[in-house]
Ligand binder design. Structure first.
Ligand code: ZN
Length: 342
């Protein structure tokens, strides 16, 4: 009986066998491995949790290592190393590069820069008269054979539209390449949904979705009782500079690349905000087919739905439209730029 309960015997102090010491040694080895892994995660250059510091807006044209004209719009340090966020003014593609990889020594004439699709689009969509709601690009600037899907991720505690993302990723056009969508992300949603974000990111890593990340502010202020003039980013006490820039930092820290676009929360802004967004090199993205509001998309439409679970009727409508196979989705850049040459 005693032997069964206390193997090895309890009469007096049992002798330690080599077998019994093993777990202790294993424990120590495991601990040192854990410390080593933690050290690597913090210090390795490929670590997922990159630290961005000194995030500063700039606006400076230069040439990359292939001699292509680029516009640096942000300067920052990533894990202590100086870098730029750059926009290709012909294609609107963004990238981050080492500071040393951008050459400012060759003069870029102001007229040359102003004539690029990027600068022309920035100017066109930030010019007065300023609309309180839906200022900016609402439709393609040129004839296109398709539509643009923009999915807003405002802060929400509801389950996000996982099935919708999965359905879009499975659309028949996906057989010819990743399905293009624009996701308007708030910093708050991103911070509060790390697992969901990782799941969305996986759809891009596996080549099923090509996401253009649109900045949709950090906290997306909203007061259900306030008039539009004092609501969203116009809500008194809003730190607009933080709202405009902090989400880009969070995207970069999550290894996601912000596009040169901004979607105003509630699509609401005033002249001051619109001018500031212009200075920051961001094109305001409105919509002409907010599905939950009963608007119907046509060719070139910017479709707006909420992917955060806050507006199921819009998602339902979108699913009907997309699964009927009538709509071909295009990447947001194509609303403003010529198709990439084959
Ligand atoms: Zn929103």
């Amino acid at each position: 009986m005693t032997d069964r309960l206390y193997p090895g015997g309890t009469q007096g102090k049992p002798e330690k066998s080599p077998k019994e010491e093993r777990p202790v040694k294993h424990g120590l080895a495991f601990l040192s491995l854990l410390f080593a892994a933690a050290f690597l995660l913090i210090h390795a250059p490929w670590a997922a949790a990159d630290t961005i510091t000194g995030y500063t807006p700039i606006f400076r044209a230069g040439h990359d290592t292939s001699g292509t004209l680029q516009v640096a719009i942000r300067q920052f340090k990533q894990n202590g190393l100086p870098r730029f966020l750059i926009v290709n003014p012909a294609t609107f593609a963004t990238a981050t590069v080492k500071e040393s990889e951008l050459d400012f020594s060759r003069q870029v004439a102001s007229a040359t820069l102003q004539a690029t699709p990027y600068l022309r689009t920035l100017d066109r969509h930030t010019a007065p008269p300023y609309l309180l709601q839906n200022h900016g690009a609402r439709h393609a600037d040129q004839p296109v054979n398709g539509v643009f899907l923009t999915i807003d991720m405002c802060p929400s505690s509801r389950p996000f539209e996982r099935e919708f993302f999965a359905t879009v990723a499975r659309l028949p056009q996906g057989e010819r390449g990743p399905v293009p969508v624009a996701v308007a992300m708030t910093g708050r949603w991103l911070q509060q949904h790390p697992k969901e974000l990782a799941w969305i990111k996986e759809l891009t890593v596996t080549g099923r979705l090509a996401i253009t990340w649109v900045n949709h502010s950090l906290t997306h202020p909203f007061d259900p009782k306030a008039p539009l003039e004092h609501n969203f980013l116009l809500k008194p006490g809003t730190d607009s500079e933080r709202e405009l820039l902090a989400t880009e930092v969070l995207l970069l820290e999550n290894d996601l690349l912000p596009g040169p676009y901004f979607r105003f929360p509630g699509l609401v802004a005033d002249g001051r905000l619109i001018r500031r967004v212009r200075e920051l090199g961001l094109i305001p993205i409105g919509a002409d087919a907010w599905l939950a509001k009963g608007e119907t998309p046509g060719k070139g439409s910017f479709i707006l739905v909420h992917g955060n679970g806050n507006e199921p009727p819009g998602i339902k409508k979108a699913l009907t439209l997309f699964t009927s196979g009538q709509l071909h989705l295009l990447p947001l850049d194509r609303a403003f730029t010529a198709p990439a040459s084959p």
